[in-house]
Design a protein around this ligand. Sequence first.
Ligand SMILES: O=C(O)CCC(=O)C(=O)O
Ligand SMILES: [Fe+2]
Length: 200
Amino acid sequence: MRSETMVSFTKNMLKLDETLEALLLEGLGVQGQSVRAHLDLLGHFVWLSHYGLPPVTEASETMQAHYDNTMNTMIFQHEVEGLEVRLADGRWVAVPPEPGTFTFMAGEQLRVATNGRVPACYHRVRTPSNRERFAVLFGLVQNPGVEVRALDELVDEDHPLVFNPLKHEEYVEWRYSEEGFKVDDALKAFCGVEKVTAMV
Ligand SMILES: O=C(O)CCC(=O)C(=O)O
Ligand SMILES: [Fe+2]
């Protein structure tokens, strides 16, 4: 991809992603000023992914099921399908690579920022066809060194704090350690308020 294409793609995506993040938070009752303050703490990234030919012709898992440790990730699949998301009832659903569409994926940081109101999306990549695959990912992520905290408006008597402030760098290091791989809900194990109370 030419660099001017990347620059204009990134600029446009940043606007779109911030708009979606703002709509989502405003929908939950967060005031405009707080939304802006939240967005100001975020950086963004672009990833260009290439998956080579799957080793076997039947459906093969090319990326293990996981949560993104981002605020959100927007995924563009180029022609070849593969992205699957797990629904609340445990069923896996394929997301078709429709031209001109993208998938907005809630990450673990959004789960913390929304005080658990927006769950992170569990997903994987399984390429049912014997084809190489390209995907472009754009996302928002908390700036390095800044803790992710639940937004004030989303914590009250009816919605007590679910997560202690999340130190992203420490979480990522622990998440991919032997201990982190052992637990199902790593985020809760790492900074869940309930877990801390239980340990006291
Ligand atoms: O390639 C895709 O469709 C998704 C990739 C993904 O989930 C990731 O890189 O975290
Ligand atoms: Fe992912």
